[in-house]
Design a protein around this ligand. Structure first.
Ligand code: LLP
Length: 446
């Protein structure tokens, strides 16, 4: 079979491969058959890859001498069926809203393994968290601390909390920056003393059990230096607060942010490499500072589901501007993947119905929304593209469906899980009738 003739063939993640029909296959299932069965646009998740990522995290951290928790960051992608799989795989869960909490509880996710994040948790959301008996709340600011104090006292229920610290360290891909005063809407600032004050205050509340500190330094991080810096900063402060306010650091949560491959230019570290560095640095700091080893918690989102997701589109119209560019348009775009428009995020793709063919065409892939910025991929090398071809865009599993919208009244696509030659409809496609469920007819009789 003819191989790619362009310089950078995509690296296929997980169980993705090309079958005898020259079609893209995931989980042992032909994606062309899936597109025909479920229609397009279609998100396909490789469940085997999700499970193996979870296992990589779990086994990488199992070498640590104290307990560790891998909490999946739901915001990357949530669904009832995914929560059920995660529960079976034994991970914890990070939720950031009453909506995510509701879905997790509906999925039967063990409440004691749920951590609640967010910079503006409402009174109602905190009540829901208390009623559900979740494992812990990551407290973000003084208003929230006050609300938790009042509610736990009223309900006479103890609640474990982590104090979210703005560490003054920001990491993105290849570099991290250290800033004195961290200008962020999240967390308690270290440099001005707010974080220490929060710890001290929270410890005075009889129904609040302060078990540790949390910091999240960024997304799509390819180096370990940012994690090293944040570990040092949090543990040095924990040591001071131990003396000053008798704070006992039982849990150190270093957040998520582990990078993934979107295109061949991305070269993320392995999960083992991130884990090893985190473990080594926590152990080193504990030794230097004469602190007991804390539990290590992490919150990966993208690195668990990102590469496991593929979106299949049908190619529709084309427009060639001589000497300039050839556009092809697909039946989705920014409504199902806002990341290129929002962050200039880059993706790669292949034609699912003819993967290996001479790559003698270069196209720019446009979405169908009424917005010039609705472009999915610029200058993608592909075989000759025809109307009706299926374009597979790789690594769309994180922040794709979860950030999808109904812009232009495009119904949100279906989500299919594949594993061991079986497909399972995890979220059905939205319909026009679904739109009508929310609408009120001005002529309706009252
Ligand atoms: N923990 C906290 C406190 C976070 O804020 C985040 C992500 C995570 C964990 C998970 O990070 P991950 O491992 O997925 O990188 N919409 C953006 C990403 C926003 C991330 C927000 N926080 C995107 O599409 O790239």
């Amino acid at each position: 079979m003819e191989q790619f003739n362009h310089s950078t063939p995509p690296v296929f993640p997980g169980t993705m491969k090309v079958n005898e029909q020259n079609h893209l296959e995931i989980g042992g299932i032909d994606t062309v058959a899936l597109a025909e069965k479920y229609s397009t646009p279609l998100y396909i998740y490789d469940i085997d890859l999700i499970k193996s990522r979870i296992n990589e995290f779990k086994s990488a951290f199992s070498t640590y001498k104290k307990e560790t928790q891998v909490a999946y960051a739901s915001k990357a992608f949530s669904s009832l069926a995914l929560y059920q799989i995660l529960a079976e795989e034994g991970v914890s869960l990070d939720v950031v809203s009453g909506g995510e909490l509701y879905l997790a509880i509906k999925a039967g996710f063990p409440a004691e393994k749920i951590h609640f994040h967010g910079n503006n948790k409402s009174h109602q959301e905190l009540v829901e968290a208390l009623n559900a008996n979740i494992g812990c709340i990551v407290v973000d600011n003084f208003t929230e601390l006050d609300m938790i104090n009042q509610l736990t006292t009223l309900h006479q229920k103890k609640m474990k909390v982590l104090i979210r610290v703005t560490p003054g360290i920001e990491a993105h891909t290849h570099e991290y920056i250290t800033t004195g005063q961290a200008d962020s809407k999240f967390g308690f600032d270290l440099s001005s003393g707010q974080a220490r004050e929060a710890v001290e205050l929270a410890q005075q509340h009889p129904y609040i059990d302060v078990i540790g500190l949390h910091a999240h330094i960024g997304s799509q991080i390819f180096e370990t230096a940012g994690y090293e810096a944040v570990i040092e900063r949090l543990m040095v402060n924990a040591k001071e607060w131990k003396k000053e306010v008798r704070f006992d650091l039982q849990v150190l949560n270093v957040g998520g942010g582990f990078g993934i491959r979107y295109t061949n230019e991305d070269q993320p570290l392995s999960i083992g490499e991130y884990a090893l560095s985190i473990i080594k640095n926590v152990e080193q700091q504990a030794k230097n500072l004469e602190l007991a080893l804390p539990e290590i918690w992490i919150e990966p989102g993208r690195s668990i589901v990102g590469e496991a997701g593929t979106t299949i589109y049908t190619v529709g119209t084309e427009k060639t501007i001589p000497e300039i560019r050839k556009y092809i348009s697909v039946d989705g775009g920014m409504a199902d993947n806002i990341r290129p428009a929002l962050y200039e995020a880059e993706y790669t793709g292949v034609l699912a119905n003819k993967v290996y063919a001479p790559y003698d065409s270069k196209v720019s892939v446009a979405g169908k929304a009424c917005e010039s910025g609705d472009m999915l991929i610029w200058d993608l090398e592909l075989p000759e593209v025809e109307q009706g071809d299926y374009l597979a865009v790789l690594s769309t599993g994180a922040y794709g469906y979860s950030m999808a919208s109904n812009y232009n009244r495009l119904p949100r696509p279906a989500v299919v899980f594949v594993e061991n030659q079986q497909d399972f409809l995890a979220i059905r496609r939205e319909t026009y009738d679904d739109f009508m469920k929310l609408e009120q007819d001005i002529h309706r009789s009252v």
